[in-house]
Design a binder for this molecule. Structure first.
Ligand code: PA5
Length: 425
């Protein structure tokens, strides 16, 4: 991975943050900052539960051998990481033998009813994921899924097809899982949802989808080793975090994550949650937005180029795609494309990246950071996830914000529960 920061940032600016970076790095390493009871993710790549990982791999193999579909039921941090990794690594039209479907992330009657109709008569397993065990979107979906499964295969077989990821000791899902005897995995008490992609929350569904979760953890281990020091001259992760802070304090309130791969657009969703929910407090912080180019160059592109100068971009550019395809020759050449005959689409995509970077930076004056990845495999993705989680902790603390709570999320819930007539609201 290589990081090239935008041209508003220079070594003097980065060095001016050294003292703060040293202070915050110690807070992360020693777990002494606000919200420190949720700092478990920082050492998780080495501290993970080895026995559980072995069980995850074994159970995932069983799921692959015995079911056609896995329904992953969760929302927010209990959903986005697995979906992001799954799509990024397996693609949007995966032909893997196990189909993975997500539910529990919406109240939409259309979506839920369609998934339920699709599952009728099919051989599916469920991975229900909720740390609290009381999240309404997830609970409603799980109730429906469980009922359908039991009606199709009977209560006993359903029990063996339900895998629950939740708190070790408490919560409604934990109580239900214990009573029913579901296989369970733990979302450790000291790791919050949006920092949990490398725990069973992400690893079990990803292992079911045939993804090399050991390699993901190895990537995260490498990142942890590289990014746990305070040297702002070398630590790419903190250089990026400092850049975010500087941009925010210098009239760039929006960071736009950009990818040139539609199958990475869920990584942008994961990033939006990670940074948005961690930092958006006390009327502060960058607004995390996202775009997928070149698709969005035909929609938001105009605004980015010429609109209000409020955003900077952070582009994730994967240099070698997993698959490629050549542009064919056409005898008549009525579309005028023969000048590209024999060229790979990866080549065209890279030229689109280069041309857009030049247009946005030179003509549009839009500051652009670029993260270059040679390829996107499980190991690189584990590395990237850790890079961003650590950068998020650093940049939130630089803003004097506790990255690990989400008090604002409760407000809509209270209103909704009141309107729904829930007892006590
Ligand atoms: O990051 C977070 O903590 C949240 O996004 C949660 O993951 C989300 O609200 C789901 O919570 P739970 O896992 O308790 O169902």
């Amino acid at each position: 991975m290589k990081l090239v920061l935008n041209d508003k940032i220079n070594e003097d600016i980065l060095s001016s943050y050294q003292k703060d970076v040293t202070r915050v790095n110690e807070m992360i390493n020693k777990g002494t900052g606000p919200g420190n009871d949720y700092i478990g993710w920082a050492d998780w790549p080495v501290n993970y539960d080895k026995e559980e990982l072995a069980r995850i791999k074994k159970d995932a193999q069983y799921v692959r051998e015995h079911f056609d579909i896995l329904v992953v039921c969760g929302i927010g941090g209990s959903y986005l990481g697995a979906r992001a990794a799954l799509e990024a690594l397996n693609g949007l039209k995966s032909d893997d033998k196990l189909e993975v479907i997500f539910m529990g992330q919406t109240f939409s009657p259309n979506y839920v009813a369609q998934v339920m109709d699709y599952l009728k008569g099919k051989n599916f397993a469920i991975n229900v994921i909720s740390k609290s065990g009381t999240t309404t979107e997830t609970s409603i979906s799980f109730r429906l899924l469980k009922e359908l499964l039991e009606s199709q295969v009977g209560k006993e077989a359903a029990r063996k097809a339900i895998y629950a990821t939740t708190d070790k000791e408490k919560g409604a899902l934990k109580t239900l899982a214990t009573k029913e005897g579901y296989a369970t995995y733990v979302l450790p008490a000291n790791i919050g949802g949006r920092f949990s992609v490398l725990t069973a929350v992400g690893l079990f569904p990803l292992a079911c989808a045939g993804i090399d979760i050991q390699a993901m953890l190895e990537g995260a281990q490498e990142a942890r080793k590289e990014f746990s020091n305070d040297n702002i001259k070398e630590n790419m992760c903190y250089r990026y975090a400092v850049c975010r802070d500087y941009m925010y304090r210098h009239s760039y309130p929006v960071e736009m994550y950009v990818t040139y791969e539609p199958q990475m657009s869920q990584i942008s969703e994961w990033l939006k949650q990670l940074f948005g929910e961690s930092e958006g407090k006390e009327k502060k912080a960058l607004f995390p937005a996202s775009a997928t180019f070149s698709t969005d160059l035909h929609s938001l592109g105009q605004y980015i180029q010429d609109g209000t100068p409020l955003l900077f971009e952070t582009i994730i550019n994967v240099l070698s795609p997993k698959q490629d395809i050549k542009i064919p020759h056409d005898e008549e050449d009525l579309d005028g494309l023969n000048y590209l005959e024999g060229k790979d689409l990866a080549f065209v995509n890279q030229k689109a990246f280069e041309g857009t970077l030049k247009a946005h930076t030179e003509d549009g004056g839009v500051p652009c950071n670029v993260i270059y990845l040679d390829k996107l495999d499980a190991k690189t993705l584990g590395y990237l996830f850790y890079f961003f989680m650590r950068a998020c902790a650093m940049s939130a603390y630089l803003l004097d914000i506790n990255p690990f709570n989400q008090p604002g999320v409760e407000v809509y819930k209270k209103n909704m529960f009141h309107l729904l007539g829930k007892k006590g609201y």
